[in-house]
Write a protein that binds this ligand. Structure first.
Ligand code: DON
Length: 374
């Protein structure tokens, strides 16, 4: 009797253990399922948000191959002529040729004369526009300077007289001098140092003035002084006109090599955060305004043709540099001194057009986001 009882208790105990094991297994199954759902619907999209490079960015090997092809194809091109209205620029070796690509995940590929420091010239205007927007916000900068293409040469007096805004945009000389006048500082020196520091942070390296370029331009910039006085007539300059021209002349004389310039471009491509140093230099919300001005006016009266053929925001300088930005992916900078009639480097335009076409970078093409249309 007693033995029977003991057996029955043992059987019940065993059943309870089997039951609780089954419950544990079912709870485990539910937890596993919940984790799977979390990973699929919550964590995966978040991982996408945090990713550093675009899912449609070309692979490094592909970029290298296309950049090498472009370098070989255009290195002997003899089109164009060095700028000579700034005497120093006429002396620069017109065979110099360098290309650099920097991606938003901080990969760099550079080829040719990558160490030569050339004067940034008008490319500086992009970063002074950015600095003015950091201080005043985009609406104020748009109101005080604007972002309208002039359809005229970058140093046009007629554009200042004819355009309703007079300043045009921050990339023509008049608009750029006006933009410099907006940047706050107690003295001209303080303003200049602030500008140089801002450019250096965008480049991820300390930049400096090329003194010979500055002296050469300062001795011959009567046209820019005239523009500043014309701006004063229309109340479109916001600090002392000649002092603004002087700081502007210094900012144009900053030396950069192609690698530094590509990093400045990649900072724009990366929502204003320098991909090398990780520093947020330009407010992310300001970047689209900057890229829109680059698209409309980055290559002056060559901007329409550039948008047509290449479809990337870019900026040129009479020193021979051009930087083009591929939002979310990176930037390409090319340096080659001979320029076309509009003041844009001939070789740099050809290289960037070639690379953009081969890698499907044109922003106006659905191919740039992976829609091949086959
Ligand atoms: O003021 C100037 O004329 C020069 N410092 C800058 C002009 C310039 O780079 C035009 N670019 N294509």
């Amino acid at each position: 009797m007693l033995r029977h009882r003991v057996h029955s208790v043992r059987r019940r105990l065993a059943r309870t253990r089997r039951g609780s094991k089954a419950i544990t297994k079912s709870v485990e199954r539910h937890i596993f399922l919940a984790m799977l759902i979390a990973i699929t619907f919550v964590l995966a999209p978040l991982a996408g948000l945090g990713q550093k490079s675009s899912p449609v960015a070309p692979a490094r090997a592909q970029v290298e191959a296309v950049v090498r092809e472009a370098y070989e194809r255009f290195k002997s091109d003899t089109g164009g002529k060095n700028a000579d209205y700034i005497p120093f620029l006429a002396q620069v070796d017109s065979k110099l040729f360098g290309i650099a690509v920097v991606t938003t995940d901080n990969q760099m590929f550079a080829l040719g004369d990558t160490k030569y420091a050339f004067s940034i010239q008008s490319i500086s205007k992009v970063f002074s526009q950015a600095l003015a927007m950091e201080e005043l916000g985009p609406d104020k900068v748009f109101e005080k300077v604007g972002s309208e293409p002039t359809g005229r040469a970058f140093n046009s007096v007629f554009a200042v007289a004819d355009m309703p805004t007079h300043t045009g945009n921050p990339y023509v000389n008049a608009g750029a001098i006006s933009t410099v006048s907006l940047i706050s500082a107690k003295t001209a020196d303080e303003k200049w140092n602030k500008i140089l520091d801002f450019y250096s942070r965008c480049a991820g390296e300390k930049l400096s003035l090329i003194d010979e370029v500055y002296k050469s331009e300062a001795a011959t910039n009567t046209g820019n002084k005239a523009l500043s006085m014309l701006l004063a007539k229309y109340d479109r300059i916001y600090a002392d006109p000649f002092e603004s021209v002087d700081v502007y002349t210094k900012q144009c004389s900053v030396g950069v090599n192609v690698a530094q310039l590509a990093r400045m471009g990649a900072t724009l491509a990366n929502n204003g955060r320098n991909p090398a140093t990780g520093e947020q230099i330009i407010k992310a919300e300001n970047v689209p305004y900057i890229l829109s001005t680059m698209t409309m006016a980055g290559l002056y009266d060559g901007s329409g043709g550039w948008a047509w053929h290449v479809g990337l925001p870019a900026k040129s300088g009479v020193g021979g540099g051009i930087v083009a930005v591929v939002p979310g992916k990176g930037a390409i900078a090319v340096f080659a001194p001979p320029l076309d009639e509009a003041g844009n480097s001939v070789k740099a335009q050809k290289v960037i057009e070639y690379v953009a076409n081969k890698l499907d970078l044109n922003l106006f093409s659905p191919r740039s986001v992976g829609l091949k249309g086959e």
